[in-house]
Design a protein around this ligand. Sequence first.
Ligand code: SAM
Length: 324
Amino acid sequence: MFNGKSNQAMVNTMELLLSALRAAAEVTRLRILGLLGHGELTVSELVSILDQSQPRVSRHLRLMVEAGLLARFREGTWVFYRLADHGLQRQLINDLLPHIESDSGDLARDLERLKLLRAERATLAAEYFQENAEQWNEVRSLYVPELEVEKALIELAGEQRNGNLLDVGTGTGRILEVFSESISAGVGVDLSRDMLSVARNELDAKSIENCEVRLGDMYNLPVERGSKDLVIFHQVLHFADDPLMAIKEAEKSLRAGGALLIADFAPHQHEFLRDEHAHRRLGFSDEEVTSWAHGSALSYAENLTFKGDKLDVKVWRLEKGRES
Ligand SMILES: C[S@@+](CC[C@H](N)C(=O)[O-])C[C@H]1O[C@@H](n2cnc3c(N)ncnc32)[C@H](O)[C@@H]1O
């Protein structure tokens, strides 16, 4: 019944499956899969959560990368790992994750440690924004051609620029201000009370009455589902532990036919942004943004690039289908 070609395909599938199963079949490696189910992590984060030596953890990671269960990428001095996002290996991971998640022993402890680690990092970032809230409007323009990027955001917003806007990680509310004349209403959400208090003052001082700001987390947005025409992440996702999860959450707040704009850095090597400005990621590639679109039921529409002195900024437009 099988011709030579399909026999070959079956052998390859069996090999892939066997190698993925072998790579997953070990307790630390299952724990790693469970942890990465909550977003990408660096080797040193995994080492500290698993409380095992770096060579040991690296060996487990290498095996899983070879079997196609994990993807590895280097960014500056940090090496990140994330779960495979497609193929047979991804299907296998999807089948395994609910079982791994139900473990109340090792993985439950690992997830507690992950929560602590992220809380520590969030505290550092919050301190940074607390210190910089007052001067943020100067800091934000230090390394990027701001006005050009703002113009591009308006252009790429298309017809959605006239609707309801959600600005995620609004900071001092600059994006609300930029869109306030065209939108019907705008909401800015931010985790930093200090940034929000500057934003409220700015909106008041400029008599912008169709916009408000709210305290909230990009992973759990305090807005009604399906209520927004336009969602913007302007220079926010490079702080995120799990950008895809933030995009998925934002997608829920969009109406069918809505658009999501991301303005962030193109891939770069400026490690000082981690050390001095609390960045986690050193920019994003088109491929990564495309993979977020695939992972969140959005489609990738277009992008623009702006050359800066040190850094390039990109604006990407993703769209939610009119039928959804
Ligand atoms: C670099 S500022 C950009 C602010 C604004 N979008 C702008 O372009 O001026 C990043 C903002 O993201 C906020 N932020 C970071 N993590 C967040 C989270 N998990 N949820 C909501 N806001 C967050 C920070 O508090 C900060 O105000």
